[in-house]
Write a protein that binds this ligand. Structure first.
Ligand code: ZN
Ligand code: ZN
Ligand code: FE
Length: 762
């Protein structure tokens, strides 16, 4: 008779809340093994006893056949004494081992649950809280580890006998699905409008009716509230824009299915995959008709589209469809001016009641507020503009480990980063930290992350900017502090995600970042070598009249650049370009430039882009960040020659003068050439300048690896032109994939800076 062995197996990674124990249980039973499996603070621990060959196959298949949403990082096996058990069971969670369990991110409604939801004979027909081990809420409802129902906001719901039977049946899709629920025992919705209220299915029906009638509603979702209305109702959209004080900023829409998305936008395979993935982000898709959705995304070629990612959304769309509506709902975060997304009834009443004429609440509390993630396809890959729901709190693997670090990010699009061992955990998108409510959100989230990850960072990294709220938050923490230059952090965020530890050249094309000389940087070419960095090339400084205060008036940097480019002659024909600007305003700005008053010097490529968007005739005043450049990219067509830039050799590197490109743009504009042609000149010209400067630096340093980051590289056209330009010259090009290229990914670079011990070269 073959002898029996018993092994203890420790599995780490994303292994809790993703159906991992049922998976192990089924495998153990299939291989006739005895023992147990349980969740603990380290991950999943298994003891398995049986014939040696069976145990070996079992261990292999734990990883090989893992559930779709799981991620196995390590499997550690040790021998223990045989116990002579007969059965295999799922044991109670517990243990206080090294805390390295990872909470899974929220998972979008899976196809099985969706099928049940839409099946009239199913007991969960249009039930807004159906879920299983493959889908449902996770991070948004978890309060502590290990991830079990009592540690979530589902603790208050007692499962009914039917749900309990599913939960206890190893062969059921809901075996140990912690948020398992049904209409009998689970959470429910309630609708409040005009002093009336309804609950359950009638509430959903009435919500559909109210939306159809063109009203705006606050809908409780997974990580917060949405403000929603019909995307095809100009009156509703106008009212929503007025309430949110967002005259033009694009809003996302939700449509019922992939097929519905294809009716309004072109959808590539990669985009379709992302839309239907468990992360289910808002995808920036190209509109089929350029002028469509003038309410949701005015003057842009792209539209943010998402699919119903919760059963509540899917049920609502089914009911809308039954009433004959197959269009899109505009869905925007339930917040104002970059405040945190509202997460409970009291916040909605206090903050959203002016905008929404009805509210659809539910009673499964949101513990961690999380916004929708936003993604786009560029240069052959999926990239994130906002990293939140579906991605947080999944860790990012680092090439090497170190003592825990907290990196506080920057003030705009804030997200922080905590490292533990060889992994980096980015917080969800927190927003603009100049808003005090977001500072509270930062602190609330940091406390949650520290509790879930059980980590006490010894070092706090922050931006070099002395006046940033993020820097102040870091300084208020105990322990060592390290200030990291903004654009060094951008470039290093790419190196961190791609595990690059060799020398590289970073191109940080950005809006704003504090430089070591106190000026505003943003077009930096930096050499990273031997754990030092140095700035080797950049745009020549130009004055930014009014500084950040004037950031939305794109004619301000344009005026400064045109003066530089034309000299005293600028008042001639070139001056006509500013005829739309009130004369008193432009005279004031002129005097500011002449006197050097409130005119910080900048090398910002973002501001140069703003200026070009003005010169092309697109608009002089914008209402949201990067509106001009986004509209300029929207009219890009491949016809048209590149504008030229002057790349001059200076001690230690290069200085780029944009004057020839500015003169060319002005001439084209005065000649009445279309904005598409100017857009081509700008995009191709900037890309050619970037490639030329990069290649000259490559020749000087022998480095052929490039990391592209910074908010400007969210411009798909520019990213693709620079990438192909460098690749054609035999260079290796890397850009952000796992974290945003904008300041939302900055904290990862700051953390990597500290972990690797970088400093500025002498
Ligand atoms: Zn499911
Ligand atoms: Zn039930
Ligand atoms: Fe930045």
């Amino acid at each position: 008779m073959a002898s029996l062995v018993r092994k203890k197996i420790l599995v780490k990674g994303v292994v809790q809340g993703v159906g991992f124990r049922p998976h192990v249980y089924k495998l153990a039973v299939a291989h006739a093994l005895a023992g147990w499996v349980k969740n603990d603070a380290a991950g999943v621990t298994i003891e398995a006893e049986g014939r040696l060959s069976s145990v070996k196959t079992f261990i292999r298949e734990i990883t090989l056949k893992k559930p779709a949403a799981a991620r196995v990082d390590s499997v550690f096996v040790s021998a223990v004494a045989a116990a002579g058990e007969k059965n295999f069971c799922i044991a109670k969670s517990g243990g206080k081992a090294a805390a390295s369990a990872i909470i899974p991110a929220d998972l979008a409604l899976c196809p099985d649950c969706r099928r049940e939801l839409l099946e009239p004979s199913d007991r969960r027909y249009v039930y807004p809280f159906t879920n299983c081990t493959n889908c449902g809420p996770r991070f948004t409802i978890v309060k502590s580890v290990p991830y079990d129902r009592p540690a979530t906001t589902m603790a208050g719901f007692k499962m009914c006998p039917d749900c309990l039977a599913e939960y206890g049946d190893p062969l059921d899709r809901r075996f140990h699905a912690q948020p398992n629920a049904c209409p009998v025992c689970g959470p429910s919705v309630s609708l409040e409008w005009a002093g009336r209220s309804l609950t359950g299915l009638p509430a959903l029906e009435q919500t559909a009716t109210l939306l159809l009638s063109g009203r705006i509603g606050a809908l409780q979702s997974l990580g917060g509230f949405h403000l929603a209305c019909r995307a095809d109702s100009p009156a509703a959209v106008k009212k929503l824009r007025a309430a949110k004080k967002r005259p033009h900023k694009p809003f996302a829409v939700m449509v019922s299915s992939l097929a519905a998305a294809r009716l309004i936008c072109s959808v590539s395979r990669l985009e379709a995959g992302a839309l239907s993935s468990p992360e289910a982000p808002v995808m920036m898709l190209r509109k089929l008709a350029p002028g469509s959705f003038p309410g949701a995304a005015p003057a842009l070629s792209k539209l943010g589209v998402m699919l119903p990612y919760t059963p509540l959304h899917a049920a609502l769309f089914r009911l809308l469809e039954k009433k004959g509506f197959t269009g899109a709902l505009l869905m925007t975060s339930g917040n104002f001016r970059d405040e945190p997304i509202c997460k409970d009834r009291a916040e909605v009443k206090a903050r959203l009641s002016g905008a929404a004429s009805f509210s659809l609440f539910h009673d499964r509390p949101i513990h961690n507020r999380v916004d929708d993630s936003v993604a786009y396809e560029a240069a052959g890959g999926l990239r994130l503009a906002r990293r939140a729901r579906g991605f947080v709190p999944a860790g990012i693997k680092l090439a090497s480990a170190g003592a825990p670090v907290l990196a506080c990010g920057a003030d705009l699009k804030n997200a922080f980063c905590l490292t533990r061992g060889g992994e980096a955990f980015l917080s969800q998108h927190i927003g603009d930290l100049s808003e005090p409510r977001n500072q509270a959100f930062f602190k609330e989230t940091l406390a949650n992350f520290r509790r879930l990850l059980k980590v006490s960072p010894a070092v706090a990294a922050h931006d070099l900017h002395p006046d940033y709220a993020s820097s102040a938050l870091a300084r208020a923490l105990p322990g060592k502090k390290t200030a990291v230059q903004h654009h060094a952090a951008h470039a290093l965020s790419v190196a961190a995600e791609h595990g690059l530890e060799t020398p590289f050249i970073g191109l940080s094309f950005d809006g704003t970042g504090y430089g070591t000389d106190g000026k505003i940087w943003g077009s930096e070419f930096m050499v990273f070598k031997d754990r030092t960095w140095r700035r080797a090339a950049h745009l020549d400084y130009f004055p930014l009249p009014g500084g950040d205060a004037g950031a939305l008036e794109t004619w301000r940097p344009a005026l400064a650049l045109v003066r530089n480019a034309f000299g005293p002659a600028w008042r001639g024909p070139a001056g006509r370009i500013f005829s739309g600007v009130p004369a008193a305003k432009s005279r004031t700005v002129e005097r500011m430039i002449e006197a050097g008053l409130n005119c910080p010097a900048t090398s910002s490529l973002g501001r140069l882009f703003d200026a070009f968007s003005f010169l092309s005739g697109i608009r002089g005043e914008t209402t949201y960040e990067a509106q001009g450049p986004m509209e300029l990219e929207s009219v890009y067509g491949p016809a048209g020659a590149a504008y030229s830039f002057d790349v001059k050799k200076v001690p230690g590197g290069y200085l780029v003068d944009p004057a020839p490109a500015v003169r060319a743009a002005v001439r084209d504009r005065l000649a009445g050439r279309p904005a598409a042609l100017i857009s081509a000149g700008v995009h191709k010209g900037l890309a050619a300048m970037a490639v030329e400067t990069a290649c000259r630096l490559s020749k000087d340093t022998g480095i052929k690896t490039f990391c592209l980051s910074g908010g400007v590289f969210q411009n798909r056209t520019l990213l693709e032109l620079v990438t192909t330009g460098l690749e054609r010259r035999g260079c290796g090009v890397y850009a952000n994939r796992l974290v945003p290229a904008n300041d939302g990914g900055l904290a990862l670079g700051q953390a990597w800076y500290v972990l690797k011990g970088y400093r500025q070269a002498e």
